[in-house]
Design a protein around this ligand. Structure first.
Ligand code: FEO
Length: 391
């Protein structure tokens, strides 16, 4: 992506990765992503804020050349993960006078992960400032957005907050700013669900702390910049709050149709009771879409047939994911079908230990659902609807 000026002396010099479809060999990227890097030129010193994924290193180098950067004084590492830090070693070769500005934890991680010479660091503390000459960088520690070492950098005079992963979105776009707000927020919600949701309570504290910080632009290191920060700040307030929506996420897999019949019945039963349902047929599901719905849903139901005495692997994966992402759901239930035995329901329920949910009684059905089985599904719908009252 070409060099673009954000404010006088501040440039976007990162790269858009239009074709990337998987992150960490785990997270689907239906709309690609970007690795944003920002150049800040003061009258005395020049700083680069975050670099790019090593696969886009040549693009960053080309952009710095196009911007006429002859020397760099500082490379600010807001986060040690390689999609932002991976090009630091090459930057240090190209700019031998540059120091890596990082907190102590990031220094440790960057030394271990990238083999950066410990002598190349300038270690800063929370609230420290760096004067570039008419442009001042202030460092605001914000651990766990996404790793323990993450921090934000404020460009004081221009009121730009560089947030790295926080407020980011995996979105490849030619828009420098978030102009298509609906699309950006949906993408940011997917990003929040996959990366930030496990740290919801900590992020809530960060949002509180940011209320005392003066900025009018948020420049993350994935996705477009927010010229209207309220858009993403309000969204984060909502996502990190304890409020849940009148929604059941129903993650299921069916091998020979018995579980599917129960699931179809449960969907109808919930709709009849005024409860919204988001069904996900797991073998055909983009897990990012499932994660998005987990952000707000009041209830999670996982339904599975029994395979070799346990839950289907797709259901195991969904339970593991939900447990790891720690959504704010208040209720959960497990529905299983079986023929010759098994403990699928117990095993699945046992995988949800991280969730602060009331576990509703599990349902286990033998073979094709009978009248009594459908009645039990109706009862489960009753239990859920009663708990959703007022949402
Ligand atoms: Fe975009 Fe946690 O790296």
């Amino acid at each position: 992506m070409t060099v673009r000026e954000i404010k006088p002396g501040v440039y976007s010099v990162g790269a858009v990765d239009w074709d990337r479809r998987l992150f960490d060999e785990l997270i689907p990227l239906p709309e690609g992503t970007s690795y944003n890097s920002y150049l800040v030129r003061g009258s005395a010193k020049t700083a680069l804020i975050d670099t790019v994924d090593p696969s886009k290193e040549a693009e960053l180098i080309g952009n710095l050349q196009a911007a006429g950067v002859g020397s760099l004084d500082y490379i600010v590492a807001n986060h040690a993960e390689q999609d932002h830090s991976g090009s630091i070693p090459r930057m240090l070769e190209l700019y031998p006078g540059a120091k890596v500005v990082a907190n102590e934890k990031a220094r440790e991680y960057l030394t271990v992960l990238l083999g950066i010479d410990p002598g190349r660091f300038q270690v800063i503390k929370d609230g420290d400032r760096l004067d570039l000459g008419g442009k001042t960088l202030e460092f605001i520690f914000a651990p766990w957005v996404h790793w323990p070492e993450t921090m934000l950098t404020l460009l004081v005079e221009e009121r730009i907050l560089f947030t790295c992963d926080m407020f980011g979105s995996h979105l490849a776009t030619s828009d420098l700013y978030a102009s298509d707000e609906g699309r950006v927020v949906k993408s940011a919600k997917r990003y929040y669900a996959e990366i930030m949701m496990p740290f919801r309570h900590i992020i809530r504290n960060h949002l509180q702390k940011l209320k005392a910080v003066v900025f009018d632009v948020i420049a993350p290191s994935h996705g477009p910049i927010y010229g209207r920060p309220k858009l993403i700040l309000d969204a984060y307030e909502d996502w990190t709050s304890d409020d849940v929506k009148n929604v059941v996420v129903l993650a299921y897999v069916s091998m020979h149709g018995s579980t599917a019949k129960l699931v179809e019945h449960l969907i109808d039963a919930l709709i009849r009771r005024g409860v919204a349902v988001k069904p996900f047929n797991l073998p055909r599901t983009d897990l990012g879409e499932l994660a998005i719905e987990l952000v707000d849903a009041a209830t999670i139901v996982i339904a599975t047939p029994t395979v070799l005495a346990g839950p289907h692997p797709s259901a195991v994966y969904a339970a593991y994911l939900a447990n790891a992402l720690r959504p704010k759901a208040r209720y959960a239930a497990v529905v299983t079908s079986y023929n010759w035995g098994g403990r699928a329901a117990e095993q699945l329920a046992g995988m949800l230990g991280n969730l602060k949910v009331e576990l509703l009684p599990s349902l286990a059905f033998k073979g094709l659902p009978s009248k009594g089985d459908y009645a039990a599904v109706e009862k489960l719908a009753d239990e859920i609807a009663a708990r959703h009252k007022g949402l």
